[in-house]
Design a protein around this ligand. Structure first.
Ligand SMILES: [Zn+2]
Length: 325
């Protein structure tokens, strides 16, 4: 049976956001290390999830199923699940963790302690508790749409170099390498819904999906927007600012010219500073000489105009938005 993935995973937008933030933070900013940590753990998390996707490529159980990768609902209940397996008998949620080193699960209170290869110890919220919460929320979601399917949830450790030293009694932790076989051999309870109902449920879940919006990052991390560097950065050398020349931008470092370079800079404004921008803010942020140039740039179809009482604000058109990258 061919893989039936009804929603695919994509690179989380926050990774690009943290990269832009690091580029635009002044050197030796007190929050730099924290942002580097966020970037590292976001990349590790995504890497772990992608590894599981890769290992599931040949998944072919003898029961009909659907897969949803990276599911979230941001409204009332804030649910996030790395992978959902829908079947006619039950729903299986997979929560993937990629935290390297030695991992110890503590109880009373439940936490996860990590000891890195270099001996540094860190504490995390218990992924087992997080998984139980997701299971409970998902069961409630099903109840709210009148579906009575049992929900199972399993914690998946992404890489073999993550050594789980002790897991709480009764907990089941799988390595990513064994997930496919475990699921193929899973003892399915009796079927509760028909194949058509399973497909309908898949579509219903997708219609409830809403992407988690992590932006704007600076205020969320407690960084004053005034501390963020202005300017249009070169897409090739990344750390050099480009100069405005006639109808284009030019990097003095590598010589690259790019007439569209300001769009990336504005995209970074929306990720880092706030969801709207005025003509004056655009002029300052892009370090333009004239308001008229800022106005011309913002008249591009990428941006949507909205007028409030005094100042005209521009928003990034959601159809070309960062969330679809
Ligand atoms: Zn350059």
């Amino acid at each position: 049976m061919a893989a039936i993935i009804i929603k695919f995973r994509k690179k989380p937008a926050k990774i690009e956001g943290y990269e832009a933030l690091l580029k635009r933070l002044p050197l030796y900013h007190p929050k730099q290390e924290l942002v580097e940590d966020f970037l590292k753990s976001s990349k590790a998390g995504f890497g772990g999830e992608e590894r599981l996707d890769q290992l599931m490529k040949y998944f072919s159980p003898d029961y009909p199923y659907l897969i949803i990768q990276d599911y979230s609902i941001s409204s009332s209940m804030e649910l996030q699940v790395d992978t959902i397996l829908l079947t006619q008998s039950c729903i299986i949620l997979l929560e993937v963790k990629n935290i390297s080193g030695r991992l110890r699960f503590t109880l009373n209170p439940s936490t996860l302690r990590q000891t890195t290869a270099s001996g540094i110890e860190r504490g995390y919220k218990s992924p087992l508790v997080q998984m139980e919460m997701a299971k409970w929320k998902f069961a409630n979601l099903l109840k709210s749409i009148d579906i009575s399917l049992p929900v199972h949830a399993f914690l998946v450790i992404a890489y073999p170099n993550q050594i789980v030293e002790d897991s709480p009694p009764g907990s089941i932790i799988w390595s990513a390498d064994e997930v496919m076989i475990r699921l193929q051999n899973f003892k399915m309870p009796p079927e509760i819904i028909s194949i058509d109902e399973m497909h309908r449920l898949g579509q219903q879940l997708l219609s409830l999906y809403s992407e988690y919006n992590p932006f704007p990052l600076a205020p969320k991390i407690g960084i004053n927007p005034d501390e963020i560097k202005n300017g249009v950065f070169c897409p090739a050398c990344e750390i050099t600012k480009m100069n405005k020349i006639k109808r284009s931008w030019k990097c003095e470092g590598c010589g690259l010219t790019n007439p569209e370079a300001h769009h990336q800079a504005l995209h970074e404004w929306f990720m880092l500073i706030k969801p709207s921008i005025t003509v004056a803010e655009c002029k300052d942020f892009l370090e333009l000489e004239h308001l008229s140039s800022a106005r011309r740039i913002l008249s591009h179809p990428f941006y949507k105009k909205a007028s409030d009482s005094k100042v005209r604000r521009y928003y990034m058109d959601k159809h070309v938005g960062i969330h679809e990258k």
